[in-house]
Write a protein that binds this ligand. Structure first.
Ligand code: HEM
Length: 481
């Protein structure tokens, strides 16, 4: 009997040793070779520090998850989030270098939930030449040439009509209004010959997509949102697939983006195939609406609290209209490029403070030396340009909305080492031109109205911005001054 007990004790002791060993290895992952890992903590076994990563914070603050660790470990630290060993960087130079080394030392690598929601055929998840090619083709539609040649007139008319309608309707949700505008001009540009009811349905599915699914995996509400988004995705895929199948063998040309992509697909050695075309159209619809409507609501939110900014915007846009021979004509590309320096400053400042691309994920494909530390191959690298945008060493009074800080700076590009709202390097946002033009056209029409805020918005970060109360406003034709 005592022998049996001895065996049991030995087994228990072995299990305890094994678990302790595993726990020790969890907390102290080793860095193969002679390298040194960045400082940090790996958190609890299995869940790591995921809980804390998703803890909510105010819109205009560096999330405490980052703040606490930056204080303790500096701008480069290790952690474990979403089941992955991760190094986080909040340092502008390091982030910029990581973007620059796309496809060399780092490749894009988002948590599984992104792949599930966006689909594996998404341009987001393609690499190397295929990625380059898809990006190039997309520029036909939303690169500056496509915008100038085709989209600007349509965007302008759609925005003007939406505003006219809103002026007769009382209070409205600004984010939803901006979202309606975006889907109304982008959807027919992608597929122009849908039956009106089918187009309405597709637009509704695009509208159901929302980055709010990227929240704590431990909350039931996250999974409810994921389910809603996946259902919308499935329905939207069905509609786009049907449109593609109808169009594939047709000789009639519609001149839309679907035509452009089908022509690309027919070229010898093309990297396009039906599923990748459908996925691209779906994702342009999904992503353009969500990101741009958030940016618009936040921009108006900032402006509504800064009357001096509003006055200056009004002055700039009135001057543009005054100079036109035809006062009813829409905004031209030349006006957009040359006549709205202040609007551009407002857009840059709003994007900086809105900080929509809170965190961006990559994976090290080999051991990489960074500032005296080693990021081991296979580890996730999460960069937080959002922290750079609120850095007081780079921006004086960083939490203040001050468009004048951009005076005299080059504001034509999509970013720089200190402003990475659209990411950077080979994976810089495909829609940055579209998003900025959208904001400019929106403001051009918006400031021709008087407006009042009916409900201020309430937003927090988890870590992406999340609206708990939407901005409700009322607009009316401007009273004569
Ligand atoms: C204010 C609005 C927007 C913001 C702040 C924004 C932000 C970003 C950021 C930070 C990235 C880089 C992600 C990474 O490096 O992993 C990105 C990539 C991307 N964005 Fe945007 N975006 C906006 C608007 C748009 C629009 C209008 C579209 C329309 C199609 C779009 C489509 C994409 C796509 C497809 C990528 C992936 C590019 C690639 O992997 O090469 N975005 N965006």
């Amino acid at each position: 009997m005592s022998f049996m007990w001895n065996v049991v004790y030995v087994i228990i002791a072995l299990v305890i040793v094994k678990i302790s060993q595993w726990l020790w290895q969890w907390s102290n992952p080793n860095c193969q070779g002679s390298g040194k890992l960045p400082p940090g903590s790996m958190g609890f076994p299995i869940i790591g520090e995921t809980f804390e990563f998703f803890r909510s914070s105010g819109l205009l603050e560096i999330p405490p998850f980052f703040q606490k660790r930056m204080l303790r470990y500096g701008p480069l630290f290790r952690t474990n989030i979403l089941g992955s060993r991760t190094v986080i960087s909040t340092d502008a130079d390091v982030i910029y270098e990581i973007f620059r080394q796309e496809n060399q030392s780092f490749v894009q690598s988002y948590p599984d939930i992104f792949v599930k929601v966006l689909g594996k055929d998404n341009v987001f998840f393609k690499k190397g030449d295929i990625h380059k090619h898809i990006k190039h083709a997309t520029m036909h539609l939303i690169g500056s040439e496509g915008l100038k040649r085709k989209l600007i007139g349509f965007m302008n008319r759609t925005t003007r009509e939406h505003f006219k309608l809103k002026a007769s309707q009382g209070a409205f949700n600004l984010r939803h209004a901006a979202s309606d505008m975006v889907v109304s001009y982008i959807t027919p540009q992608m597929i122009s010959n849908l039956e009106p009811e089918t187009q309405e349905k597709l637009i509704d599915h695009f509208k159901a997509f929302n980055i709010e699914w990227f929240q704590s995996p431990f909350a039931l509400s996250t999974w409810k949102t994921v389910y809603k988004v996946l259902r919308a995705r499935k329905e939207a895929l069905k509609i786009i697939n049907e449109a593609l199948n109808e169009r594939k063998d047709s000789i009639e040309k519609q001149g839309d983006f679907l035509d452009t992509l089908l022509e690309e697909m027919k070229k010898e050695g093309s990297i396009f195939y039906p599923a990748s075309i459908v996925s691209l159209l779906l994702n342009i619809g999904f992503v353009s609406r969500d990101s741009t409507s958030h940016a618009t609501a936040l921009t108006v939110n900032f402006i509504s609290k800064h009357p001096r900014v509003l006055t200056e915007l009004k002055r700039e846009h009135e001057a543009i209209v005054q100079k036109r021979d035809d006062k009813e004509a829409g905004l031209t590309w030349e006006e957009y490029k040359n006549c709205m320096p202040f609007t551009r400053m407002v857009i840059y400042e709003s994007l900086r403070l809105a900080n929509l691309g809170t965190i961006i994920f990559r994976k090290a494909v080999k051991d990489v030396e960074v500032k005296g530390y080693t990021i081991p191959a296979g580890w996730i690298v999460a960069v937080a340009p959002s922290v750079v945008h609120y850095n007081s060493k780079i921006y004086e009074n960083p939490l203040e909305f001050n468009p004048w800080r951009w005076e005299g700076k080059d504001l034509q590009s999509a970013g720089s080492k200190t402003l990475m709202v659209f990411g950077g390097g080979a994976r810089q946002c495909i829609g940055s031109d579209l998003a900025r033009l959208h904001l400019a056209i929106f403001l051009h029409h918006f400031v021709t109205y008087d407006f009042s805020v009916v409900q201020e918005c309430e937003i927090y970060r988890v870590p992406f911005p999340f609206f708990t109360k939407d901005l409700l406003i009322k607009i009316s034709p401007k009273s004569p001054s």
